[in-house]
Design a protein around this ligand. Structure first.
Ligand code: PLP
Length: 389
């Protein structure tokens, strides 16, 4: 494969660093000061972080004061998913966490809740969180143990299916619960407003937006209802997240947030055209291809498909050998591919392989063409009963 051009179509795993984000990271590296220092060098880094807070807040229609920078979405999830809250100075207990069955492990693992206090909300066969089930679960919630907390993602990382988060917010708030939205995959791909979605907390990650890896944020609706501190120390981020701020990554996050906020409509329309054209051709090339979530609202950039008879792992390797980087959508850190918990939650057989193609702002027609050529070959080999890899 060496020397051959690679085609990167795995933007939901991580989006390539944009030129603007790279530039911001590089210039922040040259700043000498500690943002907590009062001298000029320190104040310059503080100003950079304050500006970044405004940019990230603007991405989700929040107040800058309500953005807490973290090392990523996983840390933000662990910060907010806790039984221990306070309302102003008054401690507040959360008795149970309800997470949708299709959440990313960062949320599905339940943060600081004991496993026995985490309940999964089922999804419908269409891949949407079952709102009737959510209602029933919250009606049965034992308030004596504390408030309910509900975490639902805005868009699923595997299927791209957009969840009925606004309706869920009404149900959660009617039940007096706290509502957390993982907006990691939706940011930069859908217009976002923490107020319109009526979320109490929102989770973001820089590297899904073409920012650097290792930066994210927990965004809150206000500053009164707040989770117990996860990382104690010098009191940075108003005491919510101690440790010297990662100013370089935060600078890149801000540049990516600015890019994601501007020109959203045109950018997503162009990606959608590419994606829909690609899916039409996939169906022509392999009549039996299953494109998951095709009939419901999906992110513009995501295609999660199954070719009967092709295992996820085999397919992933076959595409990689063709120079195409796509993923199974559920690779764990070891790189091993497991059954998709998302498809299983939708009622599919655990043995059904699936692969995810995810496009982005610099994806070209040539990239899609290369993928389709490989797709045609792999689908054909499968039909002939030849090992796909
Ligand atoms: N939530 C979703 C929906 C994701 O797709 C991811 C990353 O794959 C995460 C959370 C975790 O983000 P991070 O890598 O910033 O911890």
């Amino acid at each position: 494969m060496s020397g051959r051009k690679r085609t990167y179509l795995d933007w939901n795993a991580t989006a390539p660093l944009s030129a603007a984000a790279r530039e911001s990271v590089l210039s922040a590296l040259d700043l000498q000061g500690n943002p907590s220092s009062v001298h000029g060098e320190g104040r310059a880094v503080r100003a950079l972080i304050d500006g970044a807070r405004r940019d990230v807040a603007a991405l989700v229609g929040a107040e800058p004061a309500h953005v807490i920078f973290t090392s990523g979405a996983t840390e933000a999830a662990n910060m907010v998913l806790t039984p221990d809250f306070r309302m102003g100075r008054t401690p507040l207990s959360v008795g149970r966490l309800y997470v949708s069955a299709i959440e990313h492990p960062a949320v599905r693992e339940g943060g600081r809740f004991d496993r026995e206090n985490v309940t999964e909300i089922p999804v419908t066969p269409a891949g949407l969180v079952d709102l009737d089930a959510l209602k029933a679960l919250l009606e049965a919630h034992d308030r004596a143990a504390g408030l309910p907390m509900v975490a639902i993602m805005l868009a699923n990382n595997e299927t791209g299916i957009v969840q009925p988060v606004r309706q869920a917010a009404d149900i959660v708030h009617k039940a007096g619960g706290i509502f957390v939205v993982d907006a990691v995959q939706a940011a930069g791909r859908l217009p976002l407003s923490i107020i319109e979605l009526d979320a109490d907390f929102m989770i973001l990650s820089a590297h899904k937006l073409s920012g650097p890896k290792g930066a994210g944020a927990l965004v809150s609706r206000g500053e009164v209802l707040m989770p117990k501190v996860l990382i104690h120390g010098g009191g940075q981020e108003k005491g919510h997240r101690s440790g010297t701020e990662n100013a370089t990554a935060i600078a890149g996050f801000a540049a990516a947030a600015r890019e994601a906020t501007g020109g959203l409509e045109e950018r997503t329309a162009a990606i959608l055209r590419l994606r829909d054209g690609m899916e039409a051709r996939m169906t022509e090339l392999a009549g039996d291809v299953i494109i998951h979530g095709r009939d419901v609202s999906r992110l513009c950039n995501t295609t999660f498909f199954s070719l009967p008879g092709l295992k996820s792992e085999t397919g992933q390797i076959a595409f990689d050998l063709e120079g195409i980087a796509i993923s199974a959508g559920s690779a764990c850190s070891s790189g091993k591919v497991g059954a998709s918990h998302v498809l299983t939650a939708m009622g599919f057989d655990a043995g059904l392989g699936a692969l995810r193609v995810s496009l982005g702002s610099t994806t070209t027609e040539t990239d899609v063409e290369r993928f389709l050529e490989a797709f045609g070959r792999i689908a054909g080999r499968r039909r002939q009963g030849v090992a796909a890899a």
